[in-house]
Each structure stands twice: as C-alpha cells, then as structure tokens.
Design a binder for this molecule. Structure first.
Ligand SMILES: Nc1ncnc2c1ncn2[C@@H]1O[C@H](COP(=O)(O)OP(=O)(O)O)[C@@H](O)[C@H]1O
Ligand SMILES: O=C(O)C[C@@H](O)[C@H](O)C(=O)COP(=O)(O)O
Length: 330
C-alpha cells in the first residue's frame, strides 16, 4: 500500500508545535551533576522533524510561537537557514520563555532529559494565530502530542487539525508523549484519542499508545489498531525501540521494520529522525515497507551522533545504511 498525497501542494510538510532549545551534555558517560558543558541545538520534537525533513529535501514549513528573546531568534534563524519556511512563526509579546531541554548521557542505554517548560512560549500559540491559507498549501500537517497538553496551544492544534481535514491535508499525529506536560493520565487519553481518531497516520511508541489508551500495563498492538481503524487512521506505526517497529494498514497489512546496527551514543532523537525519514519516503512515493527502512536507518544514524536536529542525515547516508543491510535481530 502507498499513501496518496495532494501533489499540487507547495509544501510537503507543515509541522505545528514547539521549537525549543536542546542543551546536550558535552562530557558524556556521566551524570548531569558532573556535566559542566552543554552544546546548544534547536530542539523540540516537531522542530526536529521539520529540520530532518528539510535536510532530506522536502519543502517544510512551521507553525509555532517563539519567545521574544535570544533563544527565539536563534531558533528562527537556524530553521530558516536550513530551508524551512518560518513565516508562520509568531513572536510572543507577553514575556514567555523558550523551552529548554538539558540532556544527560550517562551511557548509551541510560539517557534522560531534564526539561524546563514552565510557562513556555510554544504553549501560548493561540487558535487565532493558525492560518487557514497556510495549512491548505501543504500535503501533510504534522501535529505533536505535547502541544495538546495546555490551552491555548491545545485549541490551536484542534483548529489546525480541523482545517487540514477540510482542505484534504493529511494529518500525521506524532504522539510525542512527555508525561510532565500533563495534569493527569485521563486528560492525556482524552485529547490523544480525540486527535488520533481524526488523523490519517498515527506514529508513536508502544508506551505512548498506552498513554493514549490510558493503560497502566502494556497493551497489545492488535487492540490498538482495532480501536483506531474504526476511525480515520489508514496507517498506524508502533515503535518498539531497538526491537524495531510495525506499520499496520487499515486494509489489514502488517509490516515490520528492523533497527539497524550502530554505535549508540544516546537514545534520544531516535523518534524524530525516524518520523522525518519515514514521511520523506511516503511522500516520495515509496511503499510502507521501504518507508520503515528509511525511518529506522535515519534513527540509527541519529542515535550515533550528539544532537537530535543537527545530526539529521541526508538521503544518501540513509540509503547507504539500508544498502549495508545490517539489521538487529531481537
Ligand atoms: N539502540 C538503537 N539502535 C539502533 N536503532 C535504534 C535504537 N533505538 C531505537 N532505534 C530506532 O529508532 C526507532 C525509534 O525508537 P523508539 O525508541 O521506539 O522511539 P522514540 O525515540 O520515539 O522513543 C526504532 O524503531 C528503531 O528503528
Ligand atoms: O522534544 C523535545 O523537546 C526534546 C528533543 O529536542 C530532544 O532532542 C529529544 O528528546 C528527542 O527525542 P525523541 O523524541 O526520542 O526523538
């Protein structure tokens, strides 16, 4: 099965949600308490996905709210210079700050993120700042789950989803679940299921689908797809870390993508690089099995590097890794 996009659209992908700062530990293999220096990168899951898409040659745009400060200006400039259309960034004029993510790399298996996200500008995106004319110029609207965690950003997302549906723009929902952004699991499940049920494609880890279904123990992929296929989704991707990922189609096909062997430096960034290359492949007309390979190869490259955004690979790097065919059998 292949996904059909509106090929007359100027943008391949418009992402909506947060564009923030990652501060990644320079001295790794040690706890944060002992880390003295950090490198600055653009971060935030949807921004990373837009950057990854742009590096792969897609025409990407972004809708979001930036702080009126040095970090906000750094983010806008970085994204613009990488080729992303930044005209639909709104600058906050109420003193809200840029979200920061400090990353700790204790070992390749033990990484964590310390987020500073109190009163961050991105969650103040207002529905009135979501432009219908802009959304209808794209093949895809990429919605990040964290942007649903608070109003007014939550309503801005719901408006964007409804405009996308009205104008035949495919809605891709990246669950991007960050527990600390939410009041409680019931709230998450309400908004996650609301948007997932309206999306064309849903991408997330098994844990994230458990949050969507408000489960306390691990659910079964079969139950998840049976539920979501009663609604709009035509393609559901469920990721299982190093064990790889599965894609399910509404017509009943199941595909497995295996992870590629690599020298892992840190595990974060995998999901965003996976999403950008998976979507690149689908937009380029490749079949789902091939798209899983692109996503997995891209993730494998990014986990071997220091950042999530700057490290996003080129098509050539991804294809070279797929060609080597050194997958992980778990
Ligand atoms: N240690 C690893 N080595 C190689 N590839 C990996 C590794 N961990 C994850 N990946 C790849 O990244 C994809 C996404 O990772 P996962 O951890 O499931 O998502 P997320 O980063 O969103 O939590 C996986 O499906 C796999 O292809
Ligand atoms: O999404 C964020 O706000 C932080 C990211 O920029 C960070 O690089 C990260 O956590 C990415 O992880 P992923 O979700 O595993 O791709």
């Amino acid at each position: 099965m292949k996904l059909n996009f509106n090929h007359d659209r100027e943008f391949d992908i418009i992402a909506i949600g947060r564009a923030c700062i990652d501060l990644n530990a320079v001295e790794y293999n040690r706890p944060m308490e002992e880390t003295m220096t950090f490198s600055k990168y653009v971060g935030g899951s949807p921004a990373n996905i837009a950057i990854g898409s742009s590096k792969l040659g897609l025409k990407a745009g972004f809708i979001g709210k930036l702080a009126d400060d040095q970090h906000g200006r750094f983010i806008e400039k970085y994204m613009r210079e990488i080729g992303i259309d930044t005209t639909n960034f709104v600058v906050d004029n109420e003193g809200h700050k840029t979200g920061l993510a400090f990353t700790e790399i204790k070992s390749p298996e033990e990484c964590s993120i310390l987020m500073y996200r109190q009163d961050v500008a991105d969650l103040y995106l207002d529905p009135s700042e979501v432009n219908e004319e802009y959304i209808k110029r794209s093949k895809i609207l990429l919605v990040s789950g964290t942007a649903l965690s608070k109003s007014p950003s939550r309503e801005a997302m719901l408006k964007a989803v409804s405009l996308a549906k009205e104008h035949d723009v495919k809605v891709i929902f990246e669950l991007d679940y960050r527990p600390y952004s939410w009041q409680n699991p019931e709230e998450t499940a309400v908004y996650y299921s609301l948007v997932a049920e309206q999306s064309d494609v849903v991408i997330g880890t098994r844990d994230e689908y458990d949050a969507l279904e408000n489960r306390t123990s691990e659910g079964k992929n079969e139950d998840t797809v049976n539920y979501l296929f009663k609604h709009s989704p035509e393609l559901i991707v469920i990721k299982h870390g190093v064990e790889g990922s599965y894609a399910y189609t509404k017509s009943g096909e199941i595909f497995r993508g295996k992870a590629y062997k690599t020298k892992v430096l840190k595990t974060f960034g995998a999901g965003d690089s996976y999403a950008s290359a998976f979507l690149y492949a689908l937009i380029s007309g490749k079949d789902i099995e091939t798209a899983l390979k692109y996503g997995s190869a891209s993730a494998s490259i990014v986990v071997s590097k220091h950042s999530s955004s700057e490290a996003m690979p080129t098509v050539e790097e991804i294809e070279a890794l797929i060609e080597k065919n050194e997958t992980i059998s778990v």
